[in-house]
Design a protein around this ligand. Structure first.
Ligand code: SAH
Ligand code: SF4
Length: 361
């Protein structure tokens, strides 16, 4: 996996930047000033950092990539969702989606270019893993989208929530995602509360067992099936870590710190939308406080699965409701711009949009 030549400046946690400066003979409090310029004032031009010494700026420019990733393409859906294709310094691109709701603006970020897990319903899964993202390339998605919104929508536009539900399996890139979460939460920087960050995982058991050593953000588990045979068909990772092992590992997650575990369940017609699946779910999810998020399958041109009818989706939700579960249906956002996971990237591949200028559809 070839990574960019230089580490991104945005990869540093505040503590990490203090240490970096100190070990190179600089005053470590400059790190706090740099965080203020980057994440409070949104000033990306080092020349404008009036209280940071020229020597420090020279040192940073020589050793790190100080330019945030760039918005290569964006599309605006009629429901308000905005999809961005973000280009890294080595021209690799990932997607990020800004999803507005009543009192928040959530950014769905990618953690890897592609994904190694290979779920059969997911377009990203068919791409394979190209590389991990650096912590600074995850933070960089937030920075790039914020700058774009400030320039194109409103000067004080701010993203309030983060979900790791773009391309990639965040726990496969554990250390970089952990660092990015620390920077998202840094009070002297972006200052996003842990309650407003959600990490979604396909169920990498060894990394779930390491979550005690991770900022206490919310966790979403991509369950998608309540029976091992169906889950293995959808998610090859179930061969290595089946439902029994997954739920054993989840019992270890410090729930007091990790405020909430949500279960995500993609509904696919005639595959996992039957009464046996409801019974399987209620056998698995014994805690009545379990929250289930139903996601109607988003069809894409080459997909072999189908989305159930609206009546079937409502029936499934109701059956879970009657069994005492908190259960929501994720309304499909940005349908008209193919905003589901991995789908913009595929469209980009098909139309070779990389060569065109930023366009709006
Ligand atoms: N890799 C992690 C992180 C998010 S994956 C995980 O699997 O949990 C991207 C998200 O998009 C997941 O919630 C996944 O369930 C959803 N997704 C992928 N393909 C989809 C499709 N065709 N229709 C609906 N949701 C899809
Ligand atoms: Fe990877 Fe998540 Fe897609 Fe599965 S659903 S292939 S884990 S991005």
């Amino acid at each position: 996996m070839k990574m960019p030549e230089k580490e991104s400046l945005f990869s540093f946690t505040l503590e990490g930047l203090r240490e970096e400066l100190q070990s190179n003979g600089f005053a470590k409090f400059s790190a706090d000033q740099i965080f203020n310029w980057l994440y409070k004032r949104w000033e990306m031009d080092l020349d404008k950092w009036s209280n940071v010494s020229a020597k420090i700026k020279k040192h940073l420019l020589e050793n790190y990539d100080c330019t945030p990733p760039q918005v290569a393409w964006q599309a605006h859906s009629i429901d308000g969702t905005r999809k961005f294709l973000i280009a890294m310094s080595d021209k690799q691109t990932v997607e990020a989606v800004a999803i507005p709701a009543k009192d928040r603006l959530t950014l769905c970020v990618s953690s890897q270019v592609g994904c190694a897990i290979g779920c059969t319903f997911c377009h990203t899964g068919t791409m394979g893993l190209k590389r991990h993202l650096q912590a600074g390339e995850i933070i960089g998605q937030y920075v790039a989208v914020t700058l774009w919104l400030q320039q194109n929508v409103a000067p004080d536009e701010r993203l309030t929530n983060i979900v790791f539900m773009g391309q990639g399996e965040p726990l496969h890139n554990f250390d970089n995602v952990k660092k990015a979460c620390a920077t998202f939460m840094e009070e002297k920087g972006l200052s996003i509360s842990q309650r407003k960050i959600t990490l979604s995982t396909s169920g990498l058991v060894p990394q779930i067992e390491k979550l005690w050593d991770f900022p206490p953000v919310n966790v979403a588990i991509s369950l998608h099936a309540a029976h091992n045979d169906i889950r293995t068909e959808l998610m090859p990772i179930n061969k290595a870590y089946d439902l029994k092992r997954l739920f054993e590992a989840l019992k270890q997650v410090p729930l007091k710190a990790h405020r909430r575990i949500t279960y995500e369940y993609i509904l696919i017609a005639d595959l996992n939308d039957r009464i046996e699946d409801i019974e399987g779910l209620s056998a698995l999810l014994t805690q009545k406080e379990s929250k289930v998020n139903l996601i109607p399958f988003n069809e894409y041109p080459e997909s072999k699965f189908k989305r159930p009818s609206n009546a079937k989706i409502a029936w499934f939700q109701n059956e879970l409701w009657e069994r005492g579960y908190v259960c929501t249906v994720r309304t499909t956002k940005g349908d008209d711009i193919l905003a589901a996971c991995g789908q913009l990237k595929s469209m980009e591949d098909r139309l070779n949009l990389w060569n065109s200028d930023v366009i709006e559809v």
